[in-house]
Design a protein around this ligand. Structure first.
Ligand code: GLY
Ligand code: MN
Ligand code: MN
Length: 464
């Protein structure tokens, strides 16, 4: 950690290390001074929560970090993530039992629990200039925390609500802050860029491991080492599927045996100060029809990203994706009919039964994707795309994933084979492609005034 770097920027990394520092310094585009951005972020965040408190006529909100749950009849706990509303204010992964208190007026308070416990190492004391933007207090027991919260709540003018596990959801308040969260602050954008840089290190390492013929398990270990993450620090469980396992959308097993390894789908992210990357790449071992499909899906994805700008409704992008996928099915020879007939028969939905993307931020599937407005009106997905997590209209500085796919999923293929559209498909080619599993290409992009900034492609280019 060199003196030229603002200490705050590194204070909340899971494990500050020599590895991480140069990564961020080299980030493309160059990172803005993170400490100043973080202070601005906290001010903006406090204002956002206070505007919601004012509209809902509340005196304050308590954001409980929460705590890990014990396994049934056991004294070990499940892996755990803090309440995302807490994490937006306090980027502390090790904050079980802590809380942030946001008053209707004035500074937010961070109550940081550091129990006097000889069994476990206590959480490290937070440090860094970002604490200037909060009122910060260390507490040593849950009882002391509850007493602090009670005293604080009694001093507020108006009702205080709690947003956290085990409490009645202040749904109206939460909708307002969740809706606003889609548009990222400059600090959040810097963190999402850095998370992409980190994840791409892992993706490059796994690509080399795939070329060397390694197993899913070995590839996963490679990924953890290259990103300097422990398993529980990943924003989501890695999906690393060789061959037919690429067709399992959320494949979480890791086979120890390697072969045959003709194809690989890797969907793996990284976390920077709590912000997530969510990146997928697909590979074929040899040139041929499956590699040609990967290339076609890459062009399809880039074509969709080129259409993104403020004012675009995401469900329209899903429809555009289905249209482009119908073309890929026809051009590749998988479907033997016109694009119109393929669309009419609903074939694209059978080859890509998930949404085109979702909001990304402090959560990998960031909240608020199906809100029509700040008052909590829901915008449910259209009937033909029930899996769509995002139904909003894009605005500047919203960050989304763009992740079209094409999979050979046995249960959908069986239904097609036995259904009325049987004759539309080229079954020998479908059968030849099924052992390769599937393809997904997933980038993380920020909507700008007239297009996008592609964090993922920038990171791959910087890493090349
Ligand atoms: N990695 C989960 C997703 O792509 O949404
Ligand atoms: Mn993903
Ligand atoms: Mn995703």
């Amino acid at each position: 950690m060199g003196p030229a770097v603002d200490s705050m920027a590194w204070a909340f990394l899971p494990r500050p290390s020599k590895l991480v520092l140069p990564r961020l310094e080299n980030a493309m585009p160059a990172p803005a001074p993170l400490a100043a951005l973080h202070r601005d972020h906290l001010r903006q965040l406090t204002q956002r929560y206070q505007a919601a408190l004012a509209t809902e006529q509340l005196g304050g909100v308590v954001l409980l970090a929460g705590a890990p749950a014990f396994h049934f009849l056991d004294d070990t706990t499940a892996s755990w993530k803090p309440n995302p509303h807490f994490s937006l204010f306090a980027p502390l992964p090790d904050a079980a039992g802590s809380a942030v208190l946001v008053p209707a007026e004035g500074e937010a308070v961070l109550l940081h629990l550091q129990p006097d416990d000889f069994w476990h190492a206590p959480p490290k004391a937070p440090r860094g200039a970002w604490l200037d933007a909060l009122d910060f207090k260390t507490i040593t027991s849950e009882a002391a925390r509850d007493q602090e919260i009670a005293q604080w709540a009694a001093a507020q003018r108006g009702a205080v609500v709690t947003l956290g596990p085990g409490h009645r959801d202040p749904a109206g308040f939460r909708a307002r802050v969740d809706f606003a969260r889609a548009q990222k602050t400059p600090y959040e954008l810097a963190c999402l860029r850095a998370a992409n840089r980190l994840a791409v290190k892992g993706h490059r390492a796994v690509q080399a491991g795939f070329e060397a013929g390694e197993s899913e398990f070995a590839l996963h270990l490679r990924y953890l080492a290259a990103t300097d993450h422990e398993d529980h620090e990943l924003p989501y469980t890695n999906i690393i599927g060789l061959d037919e396992r690429g067709a399992i959308l959320h494949y979480h097993h890791r086979r120890r045996e390697a072969g045959p390894g003709e194809s690989l789908l890797i969907d793996a992210g990284a976390s920077y100060a709590g912000y997530a990357a969510d990146i997928t790449r697909s590979y074929a071992r040899s040139p041929g029809p499956f590699q040609a499909l990967i290339d076609a899906m890459d062009r399809l994805q880039q074509g969709l990203i080129a259409q993104l700008r403020p004012g675009i409704a995401w469900p329209a992008m899903q429809s555009a994706c289905m249209g482009a996928l119908a073309e890929v099915l026809v051009d590749s020879g998988l479907a033997m009919a016109s694009k119109e007939a393929v669309l009419e028969a609903g074939l694209p939905e059978c080859f890509m039964p998930h949404g085109l993307g979702h909001l990304l931020g402090i959560q990998v599937h960031d909240a608020g994707g199906q809100l029509a407005d700040a008052s909590g009106t829901l915008a449910p997905p259209p009937a033909q795309h029930p899996a769509l997590r995002l139904t909003r209209t894009l605005e500047e500085d919203v960050v989304v994933t763009v992740e079209p796919g094409l999979y050979f999923i046995p249960r959908f293929l069986k239904a097609l084979r036995e259904g009325p559209h049987h004759a539309l498909l080229n079954w020998p080619l479908v059968e030849a492609m099924t052992p390769y599993g599937g393809i997904r290409i997933e980038d993380n992009v920020r909507i700008t005034a007239d297009g996008v900034e592609n964090f993922t492609r920038d990171a791959f280019a910087a890493e090349a």
